[in-house]
Write a protein that binds this ligand. Sequence first.
Ligand code: AMP
Length: 218
Amino acid sequence: MRIVLLGAPGSGKGTQSQLLVKAHGIPQISTGDLLREAVAKGTELGLRAKAAMDSGKLVDDAIVLGMIRERIAQPDAATGFILDGFPRNIAQAEALKMLLEELGTPLESVVLMNLDLRILFKRLTGRRVCQDCGRVFNVYTSPPGAAAHSKECGETHRLIQRPDDKEEVIGKRLEVYEAQTKPLIKYYEAAGLLRIVAADADVDTVFNSINRAVQRTL
Ligand code: AMP
């Protein structure tokens, strides 16, 4: 299964990717996670990406494409992958198409996670991430409770707010989505790959909708 999860920040791409990983045994490739890792490690690439990330802008295509090339070439991606947060603009989509053509493994579907802007804002301001296991929670809709168990942390998570989930940066990220990422909807529709899923339902319902949407293309 080779799919892209497309959607605005806060539409649930990360949460759904984690469920898809468990269900299908293929890796999630999140450019946001890869970039945050590079920033945390203080690598040269991380230093170059940090300013754009902190202000809610897109990181240079060249940096992101280099990362994607390297990640898709890893053995665990040979049987498929879930792209989360990539591509973010038409240039990245074109580069991805060429890369996958070279590898002889074209995309199978692009799932748009459709969500109202007002809900997105609430989801983003409420989002908290466990700094140890990476689980994503929301102080309004899914706070960590007894069921929020993970192998690494048990039931005790150390939650942090991503710097770019602060209210002042969220507006910019949604603006960037509208201007640069939204054109991908038409792009993938024209390519016959687009599937649209209502992302305002509960996590399990959205997960089932995504599975049904991708099954149609397998
Ligand atoms: P995300 O976790 O996907 O919301 O990404 C967090 C931030 O990382 C974004 O606001 C961008 O600054 C950067 N980023 C993630 N993916 C990309 C991408 N495909 N192209 C450019 N910048 C990206």
